[in-house]
Every structure is written in structure tokens, then in C-alpha cells.
Write a protein that binds this ligand. Structure first.
Ligand SMILES: [Zn+2]
Length: 681
């Protein structure tokens, strides 16, 4: 799933008093569902007819399924040549229904048949109503625990099964589901037709999808897989960009994962009312339509990037999430972190001028900011009830997990990382896996201690501060690295001591290759040839940690920053310097000097990072008395940049220049109150 404007919700770890209270008993499991759904737009409800092939694992007279807002008309269970009518009791708090039989079922195969009605609700989850063009659409959103609102089910991700979906829809409407359409016949009553979809591979219930309405599509293909982009009438012309992205991503992922796209077709469906940003239903991805469709005449560049990233994210899930699924929701961070980490890759390959890799560095910085607060949570967190599961979809599960995976990829090397991913997917295809399965696959591919390193980042809250001290001894630079938890709050930072991580730290010192070491202890020493005025502790900019420097080293790094560091490293240098100021470890004057040193930097991502901090200083730190002086200083810094890029876009100018103009105009207007900018705005 892709969250919209992902708010970072900070929660204290939930108490585990509810442990297992909402899990299904393990006395039966599904093999296949045959489900016919008939939405009724006059009554805002639907009828369902469902047959579940199950395996009874332990003899029982009570079969428990998940169900919510379902009215049961009839339930029978057949086994061993006998069909019994079940008595159904519903527990809406536990979101379960118990089918009780007079005579217990023996272990072995059985068939459950249920006729029921449900509600086409207005809650944007389960099987719900969406509206556009003055009419209703019936669409689904099941992640995490809402398939049970559409059909009684074993609604936990580990209960994978096949699905045969059939939809009874109005004449003139169509339906889209996970399988491709295998038959479309008039009836069973006048004014209706019946659309039957192909049997799916084994998959989790939260990935089932159905969309019913008068959708239109544009069509293409990649590597032999048919791809359609669907929209409500009148919007089809805006679907071409999405189709192009999907074709690019299909080719990229087929190659990267080393497993050909595992489903028969791919549909991308733009919905007018959708709670999340998008949802990776198997082969039938749903989107908020503003995150799929683009008006190519008016859309700004960031809209293309954003839409591209959302499509890429959901398509990455088709392998990582859909083909291989977490055993339980406590590992949802691996699912979401992986897709978030992966979403940039096809776009980097397709549109290198967008510099998605720098967006990733900026995003890691945002996550570090969140993670600098005392009430942040660990990536891995137990969850049992639907509410607890819902809470797991936050900025830590997406942003921090992605940032930590980016660090891990850099540490293992892209090829070993990818080999581990491929092995993991092959080993667990059409099944479920846990984080330790993933670490084991990466460790086997790289022969490096992945599990120890990752558990230190996954199971503890917060982020490390790596402090660097160095001195010249006998022509060599002796470096001391130490670690502790970073907080914005100075008193917390001063007193933080207990937490420790295993951190892959990469050092650079002006010339020669970066030196990468695992920082395992509280303090570690190493040395570098030659006497170096500074040692930078996040070479390559992929580390998920802060680095802190001695004042003399920091000033030396600032002096030649544009030449000595890559754009990604300059972003890190700026954010680390700012973090040191925020926590009272470095005077603000040193930060402003760094800003002056970077005055000629024309990389839009570096300027974006720098301007964020300048905006913050202007908003929160400058006194009213000093404000005019600060504003004049910012104007002096940024007016030359605006002069360089000009007010109006040159014909065919690159995205860097466009973005640079936008960032500079914003800060000149907002923070520096530049009269010319304010007059033109
Ligand atoms: Zn996702």
C-alpha cells in the first residue's frame, strides 16, 4: 500500500494484553475460494455466494472465519459425503463468525458453502461505494483486515489460497479483478451480465480486488504481459503516462528480480474515491486517480515523479509482498520498506536526469528527523488487533525501513543484495516468509552478518550519532569513532548511553577510496594513511545515522565542500551540521558559514536541503530584533542563484534548473521576504 502524504504517526508501543485474542484458531486452512458477488446500486448492498475448499487440520465442530457486517443467509459444510447446515454465531468485536455443526468434522478436506449479503459502505474499505460522473462504482480495498467485509474468510496473510471470482454486473458496466476475464455471458436476469475471472495463483485475502463500473482503458504490454490503465469515463486521455511507466517498470523488475512477472496480466485502476494512495492487489492495482492519471498539458515535473514512484512502488509489491508475503503483519515494514526502497530504481534507470537517488537521500533525512524524537518507535512492533495493525502503516514502516535497506544494500554491494533478494523470492514464491528468512537469504548471498546488523536497527527505536575524532600521529590519521543515540533534545542526547548499533560506516578523507568498517563497539579506533585535515563519516551518503565532527574538521570540510563531496554527500553534510546545531553540539555560525561556502552550489537537491534549514532558522530561531539582518543575509545568499536561473524557464531547460528556481523563489519569498519575489508572486 502507498500512503498519501504519509503522516508520521508516533505511538508508544502498544501493550500486548490482547495477544492472540484476534487470531483465527489453527484447526482449518483454505485451499480455494469460489466467490460470486452481485453489487446492487439501488440498495447499496451486495449478495455473495461463496464456496471455500478447506482442509480441516484438527477434528472440530466449530469452524471460525473472519466476517464483519455480513448477514448470513445460509451456511453448510460438506465432508465425507455428508452435508450439514451450520448454526452461525457472529462476534462483531472479534470480527469473526463461528459455524457450528451438530457432528464434528474429521481432519481432511471439507467444503464450506455460504450465501450472504453485505453492505456497499461509504467507509472506503471492504467492498465500498465510490462516486464519479453522477453515478456509483463498487470497488474494494482490503488491506489490512477488510476482506472480511466482502466475504467470510481466513483473513490473515498466511492463509494463502486460490480465488475464483465472478461478478454479476449491470449491462453497460464492466468488472476488473485479479484474474483475467475468462467468460462474459448475459444474465442470469434481464439487464445483467456475468463476468467470470480466471483462477488466481495462491495469494493472501488482503490482495483480492474487484472494481465494478463503466471504466475505460488504454492498453499496452511489456515482455508479453498485457497492461491496461483504467479510469472513469472522460479521463482515459490522462492514462498514457501511467501506461508508459508500467511498461518501463515491468521490464526493469523482470530483470531485477530474475523471476518473470508471476501473473497473467496487469491492470492499473484509477478510482475517484480511495483512502490510501494506491494498493498493490495482485495484478489489479488500485490508485487514487490523482496518483495515476496526469494531464500532460499542465502537470508540473514533480507530479510525473510522484506518479512514477507510486506505480513503481505498487509494481515492486507484485513480487515483494504479493508473490512472497509476510507471515504476519508485524513484518509489514519489510513489505513497505522494500517497495519504498525499490520504487526509485526503475525511474533512475529510465529518467536519470530526475536524480531519484538524491530524492532518496532527502527522504532519509526526513526520516532521521522523525526518528530524532523521543517517542519514535522501533521498526518492528508486535500487532494483533485490526487497530494495532493499522497503526503499523506509518513513516517508520515506510521511510525508516527503506533508508535502512538502502544502507544495507550499500554495505553488501548491489549485486550481492540483489542475489539475496532473488534467492528469497525463489525460496518463498506463492508462500509466506519472515524478516529472518530475508536476512538469511542476504547473509547467504553476501557472507556478511546481516541479521545482527539489521536487528540492531529494526528492533531498537531511534538512530545512532557517530562521532568522529582524529589526530595525526607519525604520518597517519588516527580516527576514533564512537556511537550513541541521537536526540534533538540536548539533555536526552547528553544522557543517552545504553543503546548500541552495528553500523556500516564508510569514511572518506579527501582522496583515495572510501574505507568502510562495521562500528560494533561503543568506541572503535582505526587509521588512514597520511595526515588528513578531516575524515567524513558517511561516504556515499547511504548510512542511516548522523555524524558529528570536531569543530576544526567541520570547518575544513566546509571550505571545499562543493569540490570534495558528491551532491548526495553534500546533502548529508548539511543535514548533519544542522543536527549538530539543533542539539547544541556546534555553534550556528559554523552552519551559516557552510551555507556561504555552498553559495555557488547549483545542485537543486543540495539547495533544497540547505533551504529547509534556512527556513527553519528563520521561522523558529531568529529573534524579531535580528530578523531584518537574517533576511538580508539570506537574500544575499540566494539572489545570485535566482539571477543565474532567471525568472522564466528557458526552452527545454533541465529538471535541476526548474527545481532550483522553485526552491530559491520559495525561500527568498517565505524566509527572506525578498521584495522582488513578493511583488511577482
Ligand atoms: Zn506499499
Amino acid at each position: 500500500m502507498r500512503k498519501i502524504g504519509l503522516a508520521v504517526i508516533l505511538l508508544l508501543p502498544s501493550l500486548c494484553l490482547m495477544a492472540n485474542a484476534q487470531r483465527l484458531p489453527d484447526n482449518a486452512a483454505p485451499d480455494g475460494y469460489r466467490i460470486t458477488l452481485a453489487p446492487n446500486f439501488e440498495k447499496d448492498n451486495f449478495t455473495g455466494d461463496e464456496t471455500i475448499q478447506i482442509r480441516v487440520l484438527k477434528p472440530t465442530a466449530n469452524l471460525v472465519l473472519n466476517a464483519l457486517d455480513i448477514e448470513f443467509q445460509e451456511a453448510t459444510i460438506s465432508a465425507g459425503g455428508r452435508t450439514q447446515t451450520a448454526k452461525v454465531s457472529v462476534d462483531s468485536v472479534k470480527q469473526m463468525a463461528t459455524l457450528s455443526l451438530a457432528k464434528p468434522l474429521a481432519a481432511g478436506p471439507a467444503t464450506v458453502h455460504i450465501r450472504y449479503t453485505g453492505i456497499l459502505n461509504d467507509q472506503l474499505r471492504g467492498f465500498y461505494l465510490s462516486k464519479a460522473n453522477g453515478r456509483k462504482y463498487a470497488v474494494t480495498q482490503f488491506e489490512a483486515t477488510d476482506a472480511r467485509r466482502a466475504f467470510p474468510s481466513f483473513d490473515e496473510p498466511a492463509y494463502k489460497a486460490t480465488f475464483d471470482v465472478t461478478a454479476l454486473v449491470d449491462k453497460g458496466d464492466t468488472a476488473i479483478s485479479n484474474g483475467k476475464i475468462i467468460s462474459d455471458t448475459p444474465g442470469p436476469i434481464a439487464g445483467k451480465h456475468t463476468i467470470q475471472f480466471a483462477t488466481t495463483p495462491r495469494m493472501s485475502s488482503y490482495l483480492v480486488a474487484l472494481a465494478v463500473g463503466d471504466f475505460e482503458y488504454v492498453e499496452g504490454s511489456a515482455d508479453g504481459v498485457p497492461i491496461r490503465v483504467w479510469a472513469t469515463p472522460g479521463k482515459k486521455a490522462m492514462a498514457h503516462y501511467a501506461l508508459e511507466v508500467a511498461e518501463q517498470c515491468m521490464k526493469y523488475f523482470n530483470n531485477y528480480f530474475g523471476i518473470k512477472y508471476p501473473f497473467e496480466k496487469l491492470d492499473l485502476i484509477g478510482l475517484p474515491d480511495f483512502a490510501a494512495g494506491a494498493m498493490e492487489n495482485t495484478a489489479a492495482i488500485t490508485f487514487r486517480d490523482a496518483l495515476l492519471l496526469v494531464n500532460e498539458k499542465h502537470a508540473p515535473n514533480f507530479a510525473y515523479k510522484e506518479i512514477g514512484a507510486v506505480i513503481s512502488h505498487e509494481m515492486a509489491h507484485q513480487w515483494f509482498g504479493d508473490l512472497v508475503t509476510m507471515q504476519w503483519w508485524d513484518d509489514i515494514w519489510l513489505n513497505e520498506g522494500f517497495a519504498t526502497w525499490m520504487e526509485s530504481k526503475p525511474l533512475e534507470a529510465w529518467k536519470p536526469e530526475w536524480h531519484m537517488e538524491l530524492d532518496d537521500v532527502l527522504d532519509s533525512g526526513n526520516t532521521l528527523n522523525t526518528d530524532s524524537l523521543q517517542n519514535t518507535r522501533p521498526i518492528h512492533q508486535a500487532a494483533d488487533s485490526p487497530d494495532q495493525i493499522e497503526e503499523l502503516f506509518d513513516g517508520i514502516a515506510y521511510g525508516k525501513a527503506a533508508a535502512v535497506l538502502r544502507m544495507l544494500e550499500a554495505y553488501l554491494g548491489p549485486e550481492d543484495f540483489r542475489a539475496g533478494v532473488n534467492a528469497y523470492l525463489r525460496a518463498h514464491a506463492y508462500g509466506n516468509a519472515t524478516e529472518s528468512d530475508f536476512w538469511s537469504a542476504l547473509a547467504a548471498a553476501s557472507r556478511k552478518p546481516v541479521d545482527k546488523l539489521m536487528t540492531s536497527f529494526v528492533n531498537q527505536p531511534g538512530e545512532p550519532l557517530v562521532s568522529v575524532r582524529s589526530q595525526c600521529v607519525d604520518g597517519r590519521t588516527k580516527v576514533t569513532l564512537s556511537q550513541k543515540r541521537y536526540y534533538y533534545d540536548r539533555s536526552l542526547l547528553d544522557s543517552s548511553s545504553a543503546q548500541q548499533w552495528i553500523i556500516p560506516v564508510c569514511l572518506s578523507a579527501g582522496s583515495g577510496a572510501a574505507k568502510c568498517e562495521l562500528l560494533k563497539d561503543k568506541e572503535q579506533n582505526l587509521d588512514i594513511a597520511g595526515c588528513r585535515p578531516w575524515v567524513f563519516a558517511n561516504a556515499g551518503a547511504s548510512g542511516y545515522y548522523r555524524a558529528g565532527y570536531e569543530t576544526s574538521a567541520f570547518r575544513a570540510m566546509s571550505r571545499n565542500a562543493e569540490k570534495d563531496f558528491s551532491p548526495a554527500e553534500r546533502i548529508v553534510l548539511v543535514r548533519d551540521a544542522w543536527a549538530a546545531v539543533r542539539a547544541g553540539q556546534q555553534p550556528i555560525g559554523d552552519f551559516l558559514e557552510l551555507a556561504e561556502e555552498l553559495q555557488t552550489d547549483r545542485n537543486s537537491s543540495v539547495v533544497q536541503q540547505l533551504n529547509r534549514e534556512l527556513d527553519y532558522i528563520g521561522e523558529y530561531l531568529v529573534s524579531d530584533a535580528n530578523r531584518p539582518q537574517y533576511q538580508a543575509w539570506v537574500r544575499g545568499l540566494l539572489q545570485p542563484v535566482l539571477k543565474d536561473v532567471g525568472w522564466l524557464p528557458a526552452s527545454n531547460e533541465d529538471t535541476n534548473r526548474k527545481d532550483l528556481r522553485a526552491h530559491v523563489i520559495y525561500t527568498l519569498g517565505y524566509t527572506a521576504r525578498d521584495p522582488e519575489v513578493l511583488a511577482k508572486a
